[in-house]
Design a protein around this ligand. Structure first.
Ligand code: ASP
Length: 316
């Protein structure tokens, strides 16, 4: 049996201790702990990395604190349009969805695309039709409503700006106590198989069917047993242009970098050069994990079969 491990994130951005209340901090830590334990439990029982990342993400999607599934941000039109992707590093199979509405767990829809369709990426109404066909759980609009995200959106809905769920840029004061983010998970199971998954509501006030990096294989999500599993979070546009997740893979595969070296290069150099604020979590086939970000904070956690465990929000 090989060592196994899992890491998760709940978004990155201007997450500062001075803006946080004790209660809110506790709620975040609790949400991260619950999710990492759910994912780790799957690995401990001898389950696959694909099932482990699904379990962790479902837990985060169901948590109103995070910008994914329930609790997703509002679009310009005042609704939630969610994106998600999953990739299996053992066979390079992948599934992704964008702009889906009312699907309780978009990551499960991405999994259905990967496991039970001939496609990789479905969008909008078609993706919703596929969710119905596969018998996935749908919820009414009210299920996805959260007062703080509504307030966030109200502040900028009449403008042309859109914002990362947790930066100060446009929302300054309003963002206090309200920094919530995209979720992701990477895992390596006891068979040495890697998986990665990401789920998001995207950016507040997004319009024209905007899609970020999260559901794009190679940009926000990537997994390959030969190298690594990566899930990103941050300002999606630069992450797409940097092909961030796959670039970590390429640095490992072609240049022989370690996971940490490759992630440092992409997050602290390539993304910075493109003004790409955010971070990523990664895992390699030996179960090593890394959590790297160039923003003030990133909600994150890891746990492995060596008994190591970490839950953190701010810079170390
Ligand atoms: N990367 C996501 C997007 O651009 C947002 C985030 O990570 O919070 O849609």
């Amino acid at each position: 049996m090989k060592p196994f491990s899992i890491a998760i994130h709940g978004g990155a951005g201007t997450i500062l201790k001075e803006d946080m209340t004790i209660e809110l901090e506790k709620a975040y830590i609790n949400g991260l702990e619950t999710a990492i334990d759910k994912g780790y439990h799957v690995l401990e029982q001898g389950g696959t990395s694909v099932d482990a990342v699904r379990a962790a993400i479902v837990s985060l999607e169901d948590n109103l604190l995070f910008n994914a599934g329930r609790g997703s941000v509002f679009t310009k039109k005042g609704v939630q349009e969610m994106d998600a992707a999953i990739m299996n590093g053992a066979n390079l199979e992948a599934g992704a969805v964008s702009g889906v509405r009312n699907v309780r767990n978009p990551i499960e829809l991405a999994f259905e695309v990967m496991a039970h369709s001939n496609h990789v990426f479905l969008s909008g109404k078609g993706a919703n039709d596929f969710a119905i066909k596969q018998g996935l759980k749908l919820e009414p609009d009210e299920f996805f409503f959260s007062k703080f995200r509504y307030d966030q959106w109200k502040e900028i809905r009449d403008s042309d700006s859109y914002s990362l769920d947790h930066t100060h840029q446009d929302l300054a004061e309003l963002m206090k106590d309200k920094k919530f983010g995209t979720v992701g998970a990477v895992a390596c199971d006891s068979f040495g198989n890697i998986a990665a998954a990401t789920s998001t509501g995207g950016m507040t006030n997004k319009k024209y069917g905007r899609i970020g990096d999260s559901p794009i294989i190679g940009a926000g999500t990537y997994a390959n047993n030969k190298t690594c599993g990566i899930s990103c979070t941050g300002h999606g546009e630069p992450f797409i242009r940097a092909v961030a997740a796959h670039d970590v893979n390429a640095l490992m595969e072609y240049k022989g970098c370690t996971l940490q070296e490759a992630m440092d290069e992409v997050v602290h150099h390539k993304l910075i050069a493109l003004e790409g604020e955010g971070g990523m979590i990664g895992i390699d086939a030996n179960g090593n994990t890394a959590m790297v970000f160039n923003s003030a904070g990133m909600y994150r956690a890891m746990k492995n079969s060596k008994g190591e465990r970490k839950v953190a929000i701010y810079k170390d």
